[in-house]
Ligand binder design. Structure first.
Ligand code: SD4
Length: 319
């Protein structure tokens, strides 16, 4: 069952109205470990991440493990294996990862590899660079032991052939058509990391790259402040460098939900007409384990797993 964030806050506020004597006088408690991620499939991703976090593991390992869940699921048509292709029928993947020290790795327009998030991690750990694209990213993946596989499933191929009849590119991003997994976590040591992975907008132009592999746009982590990730029409997120903006707004004292809302409002200010029909959602986690989300259109869900719960929430929306 989904609970709205507002309902949940009411419930937890009531539960925490404890007698004065039992309240701790020391610094506010940090809610850790915790992992949050985008959309319904975030729940399974969080469960995988939680295995690592609950055993005292690192947020970096947890977000990678979580992101790999939808990547490897052929029924998820928006991430990794089974992702809907570009207009030429090619499945091209974008992913990135960022750790608590500000280390980053990213791949864009990568074909034939089921787990781009793990290739991104290898870029981070094994190269002097932060981003590899296309053929070069594939070459690097193969040289590092990743297998070349066919990512276009029968179902995705069928959907693409149907699309070819009209060939209209209409980026309607929401739960029923195209999603990205963004996942951010705070581990027991109090360190933050994040990952983001997608097959991008369905039927995009060949070579198109969205926000998801772009550090600062689709993902940002600052271990002093918090972490954020995004989903929806990447072009609009890139335009405002969305996730970096969300983290900076948290640095200024805004709550995660407030910071996400302010970033969504920035998108509207830049492009009021377009914003009425497209979807963008932000999800953020603070250094103290507080989380929140906000989106343009109703329909963006996100999953939260900490020691008290494993739940899906509906993000508040502007429209
Ligand atoms: C992109 N942000 O490629 C991704 C797609 C997405 O919900 O998140 N769709 O622009």
């Amino acid at each position: 069952m989904k609970t709205s964030r507002r309902q949940f806050l009411k419930l937890t506020a009531a539960a925490s109205a404890l007698p004065f004597a039992s309240m701790a006088a020391s610094a506010p408690a940090v809610n850790k470990p915790i992992v949050i991620s985008t959309w319904n499939f975030g729940k399974q991703a969080n469960e995988e991440a939680w295995k690592i976090l609950s055993a005292g593991g690192k947020a970096l390992d947890a977000v990678e493990a979580g992101a790999r869940v939808p990547e490897g699921d052929p029924k998820e048509t928006s991430v990794g294996l089974g992702g809907l292709p570009d207009s030429d029928g090619r499945v091209t993947l974008d992913a990135c990862i960022m750790d608590e020290q500000g280390n980053i790795g990213s791949v864009a327009c990568l074909e034939h590899i089921v787990h781009p998030v793990s290739v991104a991690r290898k870029v981070m750990e094994k190269t002097p660079h932060v981003m590899l694209v296309g053929e070069g990213a594939l070459q690097f993946a193969l040289a590092n032991g990743f297998k070349k596989e066919k990512l276009l499933t029968k179902e995705s191929e069928k959907a693409w052939k149907k699309w070819l009849k009209e060939k209209k590119y209409k980026p309607v991003a929401n739960i029923e058509n195209h999603d990205t997994i963004g996942i951010v976590a705070l581990d027991a040591q109090g360190n933050l990391s994040g990952a983001c992975t997608t097959s991008g907008m369905a039927y995009k132009m060949r070579g198109r790259v969205g926000d998801s592999p772009i550090i600062g746009a689709g993902l940002y982590v600052d271990n002093e402040v918090g972490a954020a990730t995004s989903t929806g029409v990447g072009e609009e997120v890139i335009r405002i460098v969305g996730c970096h903006l969300v983290v900076e707004l948290m640095r200024q004292g805004n709550s995660p939900e407030q910071a996400c809302k302010m970033a969504v409002e920035r998108i509207i200010r830049k492009n009021p007409d377009k914003a009425k029909t497209l979807q963008v959602g932000f999800l953020a986690l603070s250094k103290s384990g507080e989380y929140g989300a906000y989106c343009l259109q109703k329909g963006f869900t996100y999953a939260v797993h900490d020691s008290a719960m494993n739940k899906l929430f509906d993000a508040s929306s502007i429209y």
